[in-house]
Design a protein around this ligand. Structure first.
Ligand SMILES: CC(C)(COP(=O)(O)OP(=O)(O)OC[C@H]1O[C@@H](n2cnc3c(N)ncnc32)[C@H](O)[C@@H]1OP(=O)(O)O)[C@@H](O)C(=O)NCCC(=O)NCCS
Length: 214
């Protein structure tokens, strides 16, 4: 049972093949192992903040600081919910759901990664659908946004196959060379129209967390 002062440790999303739950410090070594095993071809950079370029020792420390920061800076107005993603009780990646001014704007954004040996099996789509279900059907979100580089085919495909619409472009230069980002948007009504075609998650442990989202 999670301590009453951090009820998010009770939150679990169970999809047909995956479990998603906010990582405790005990989960960090497995998460870092999944990062160190490789997330992408070193020739490309899928993230606008090129955090995977940091050498492994420092990267593990920075990753832990990032996960601690998301807890430390949590407010109902602005939050970043990190889920560790488990397949057969082994960490295979992370799925983020985050928002600014959530009680007013009702907008969420997502970000994710999977260790390379877990990619290409539909897990990316399954974990994104799980957090969208949480956002739209449990937390009252009205819009979900996402973005991916124009050459990140799996990430673009996850958004498009879930039903997001392209919503403009901008440029980022994570390694000093500009690349085009495609913005995506999905409204609540669009989600509700598509949800029957997507895997469903069983959500548990949410009741005690609801006040944390305003
Ligand atoms: C992006 C990522 C999370 C997607 O997860 P995944 O499990 O590999 O993707 P899935 O197997 O769920 O595939 C999703 C879709 O992409 C398609 N796809 C997968 N690889 C593809 C490729 N190389 N080219 C084109 N389409 C591809 C699949 O066919 C599927 O489309 P469909 O549902 O229409 O059939 C994962 O690849 C990853 O971690 N990549 C590195 C980190 C990253 O890019 N993070 C996102 C930053 S924006």
């Amino acid at each position: 049972m999670a301590p009453s002062y951090w009820p998010l440790f009770n939150l679990v999303l169970r999809t047909p093949r995956l479990s998603l739950r906010p990582p405790t410090d005990d989960d960090f070594p497995q998460l870092i192992q999944a990062i160190d095993a490789g997330i992408h071809d070193p020739q490309m950079m899928p993230f606008s903040m090129p955090w995977t370029d940091t050498e492994p020792g420092a990267r593990g420390q920075q990753a832990a600081q990032f996960w601690w920061r998301q807890r430390a800076e949590w407010s109902s107005n602005e939050w970043h919910l990190v889920f560790a993603v488990f397949h057969d009780d082994v960490v295979v990646g992370a799925q983020g759901l985050f928002a600014k001014h959530f009680p007013v704007l009702k907008e969420v954004q997502t970000g994710s990664w999977l260790t390379q040996c877990a990619q290409g099996q539909g897990f990316g789509k399954e974990m994104r659908a799980a957090v969208l279900q949480l956002a739209f059907e449990e937390l009252g979100a009205e819009i979900a946004r996402s973005a991916a580089f124009i050459d990140n085919m799996p990430s673009l495909a996850v958004s498009r196959s879930i039903g997001y619409r392209d919503n403009g472009r901008y440029r980022e230069a994570p390694r000093g060379t500009p690349n085009t980002m495609i913005n995506f948007e999905l409204t609540r009504d669009e989600w509700l129209a598509r949800r029957g075609e997507l895997s469903r998650a069983h959500v548990s442990g949410l009741d005690g967390c609801l006040s944390m989202f305003g």
